[in-house]
Design a protein around this ligand. Structure first.
Ligand code: ZN
Length: 130
């Protein structure tokens, strides 16, 4: 589970490309295929960022040729943002998807297209998830 090269997507390439295009190469973090075990199956999650280990994990079910690259890029971009934005405490609870986070999330060029694709393909995505 530590390989960077999937069968179809190379996470390090995607990370480097996004880092150059959106973050002026300022993000240093590890990236790997992997499931976020702590979140179990309570809700669907395609990526995670763990601050303690400074690692982004992308769910291996996304490594398929029928997944558009802008979709996987939008997931990687989202997790990279977690490193940049961090969390804030709102009403005593730690929030990570803050208004600032959401504003920055939409800067990604294919944000809208990726969300639309996710909505129309959620069944397909869930079938391979787990
Ligand atoms: Zn998030």
């Amino acid at each position: 589970m530590t390989n960077i090269n999937g069968r179809f997507f190379n996470l390090k390439d995607i990370f480097d490309r996004l880092n150059t295009e959106y973050f002026n190469k300022t993000i240093s973090a590890k990236i790997t295929w992997g499931r976020n075990v702590r979140n179990g199956r309570r809700y669907i999650r395609f990526g995670s960022y763990t601050e303690k280990d400074n690692i982004i994990r992308i769910h291996p079910s996304l490594d398929r040729e029928d997944i558009p690259s802008y979709f996987i890029e939008s997931i990687v971009y989202h997790e990279m943002l977690h490193k940049v934005v961090g969390g804030s405490i709102v009403n005593g609870r730690r929030r990570v998807h803050t208004p600032e986070f959401k504003r920055m999330e939409k800067i990604f060029k294919y944000y809208g297209v990726a969300r639309e694709w996710e909505k129309s393909n959620i069944r397909k995505l869930l079938k391979n998830y787990g």
